[in-house]
Design a protein around this ligand. Sequence first.
Ligand SMILES: [Zn+2]
Length: 324
Amino acid sequence: MFISKFKNLALAASLLSSAALMTLGSTAAMAAAPLAKTPAPGYFRLMLGTYEVTALSDGTVDLPMEKLLVEPEAKTTEALAKAFLKTPVETSVNAYLINTGSKLVLIDTGAGGLFGPTLGKLIANLKASGYQPEQIDDIFITHMHGDHVGGLATKGAINFPKATVHADQRESVYWLSAANMEKAPADKKGMYQGAMDSLNPYLAAKKVDLFKGSSELVPGVKSYSTYGHTEGHTVYVVESEGQKLLLIGDLIHVAAVQLDNPEVTIAFDTDQKEAAKMREKVFTEAAQQGALVGASHIQFPGLGHLKKSGKSYQWVPVNFTQMR
Ligand SMILES: [Zn+2]
């Protein structure tokens, strides 16, 4: 009895050790799985009343925020560290697709080919999300900076053949003016050129509608003038069944800094004072109304709610939903 038990134990021990050897041997012989290196999914979807909202990633771009924010570098670096970030900050570029049931509306178009290979992914992500560029009826532009209009056209060819492009007239007067480009410093001329290359094909095709100020543009989508970041910067307000979404464009660039301190502006703001004023105004309204917010440069999908505490704001990202 004792012997057989001992024998069994010995057998078990030898089996275990040979199993261990085999495991070691097979680990050494098998190659590790190669890193997938495929990008993260580039769209996210939720419902707003009866409307379907799809956040589309155009990609990300590394930006030296300690240099770009109008704030002492050390303060920016410190605020970023608190959010576990370093400069350059990998910054999201987001656009939003709204299916109202009667219209398919795109808010901004990403950078296209204007900002290098880490951006310009909007059309691929639009297709991955189940739509084709030729289905888009209307495109609303928050402002004519390259990371918002670059996706409109590729080398002079229209990317959205059916769409009418809408923007505040002030944006067009400012960015599509040869005289303004002429007057601009050398390092800013490219911004005008980028806007012209993106919008001109639609102007030639008579597919541009320039509106003046705040108004309802298609049922359920209104423009809301928030001039400051640029001459004609516009927020779009989407509303369905009492639910509201504010697509705020470039009212914020660096959540880790500008939520705590909304007075901090960025070098890209045409009018620093007005840009800060509009951020404060829209953030206060969004917080009071409990409106959903979609932000071009808050980390993808850039959808969440704002809460006010004193002079600061807190960003509460939306819950993940599978829309089942
Ligand atoms: Zn932007």
